[in-house]
Design a protein around this ligand. Structure first.
Ligand code: FPP
Length: 237
C-alpha cells in the first residue's frame, strides 16, 4: 500500500541512472546493470500505476546513448526487445497505456514493429500513461516541434503570430499531457541531461544517492513525500 496519505503528483519523470555503476559495484559487466535496471523499471512502473500516478515518463535511451560502445548499445537493444514483449502482457493487465517519445525510426525494424505493436495494443487502456523515452533528447524534440509547426504554417494551417506556449506544446511528443510535476534522478548526479527540457519548466526535482537498480518502491514514496513538502509557486510568490 502507498505510504503517502496525499495523492501522488499526476505526472512523474524518472531518469533511470546508475546501472553502469551498479554493475561495477557488483563486479559484473555493464549489460548486467542494465538488466537489473530493466527489472526495476518494471517494478517501479507497476507500483506507480497502483498508487494512482496518471503519467510516468522514464528515460530509457537518450539521443546521446548511441555513442556508447557497440556491445553496450546492442545489450540495451536486446533488453528493449525482451521487456517490450513482456510489457505487452504485463502492463496490459495493469491497464497501462504505453507511448514512446523520441525518434524511434532509428531503431532496427524488428524493434520498431514491436514498438508499434505495444502502442496499438495498449491504446485502448484507460489507466496510467507510460511514456518510454527512447532515442529521446529534449533539444531534438524542440527542433522537431519547430519543424512540424513550420510545416503547418507552410500548409496554411497555422500562423506564427497566433502561436502560444500552449499551442507550441502540442507539437511536442507529450502534446495533450500535463507537464511533469516531479522529476526523480537517482544515482547522485544532479543534471537534467536533455530530459523533458520544455516540460520541466516548473517540475520539482528530487535527487537520490541510490543507483537505479537499487531504487525501491519506498524511494518513490519518499520522493513523493519530498514533493509534497515543497511549496510550488510557478513563478508567483
Ligand atoms: C543510465 O545508466 C541508464 C541507461 C542509459 C539505460 C536505462 C535503461 C534501462 C533501465 C532499461 C529499461 C528497459 C526498458 C524496456 C525501458 P548508466 O549506464 O549511465 O549508468 P552509469 O552512469 O552508472 O554508468
Amino acid at each position: 500500500m502507498p505510504a503517502n496519505t496525499l495523492p501522488p503528483p499526476a505526472h512523474i519523470g524518472v531518469i533511470m541512472d546508475g546501472n553502469g555503476r551498479w554493475a561495477k559495484k557488483h563486479f559484473q559487466p555493464r549489460s548486467m546493470g542494465h538488466r537489473a535496471g530493466a527489472r526495476n523499471f518494471r517494478t517501479i512502473t507497476r507500483y506507480a500505476s497502483r498508487i494512482g500516478v496518471k503519467y510516468l515518463t522514464v528515460y530509457a535511451f537518450s539521443t546521446e546513448n548511441w555513442a556508447r560502445p557497440a556491445e553496450e548499445v546492442g545489450a540495451l537493444m536486446g533488453l528493449f526487445k525482451d521487456y517490450l514483449q513482456e510489457a505487452l502482457r504485463d502492463f496490459m493487465d495493469e491497464n497501462i497505456r504505453v507511448r514512446f517519445i523520441g525518434d524511434t525510426s532509428a531503431f532496427a525494424p524488428e524493434l520498431q514493429a514491436l514498438i508499434r505493436e505495444v502502442e496499438e495494443a495498449s491504446a485502448p487502456k484507460t489507466g496510467m500513461v507510460l511514456n518510454l523515452a527512447m532515442n529521446y533528447g529534449g533539444r531534438a524534440e524542440l527542433v522537431r516541434g519547430a519543424r512540424l509547426f513550420a510545416q503547418a504554417v507552410e500548409r496554411g494551417e497555422a500562423s506564427p503570430q497566433d502561436l502560444t506556449e500552449e499551442g507550441f506544446a502540442r507539437y511536442l511528443y507529450t502534446g495533450g499531457q500535463p507537464d511533469p510535476d516531479l522529476i526523480i534522478r537517482p544515482s547522485g548526479e544532479q543534471r537534467v541531461s536533455n530530459f523533458l527540457l520544455w516540460q520541466c519548466a516548473y517540475a520539482e526535482f528530487v535527487y537520490f544517492d541510490i543507483l537505479w537498480p537499487d531504487f525501491k518502491t519506498q524511494d518513490l514514496d519518499r520522493a513523493i513525500a519530498i514533493y509534497h513538502s515543497r511549496q510550488r509557486r510557478f513563478g508567483g510568490v
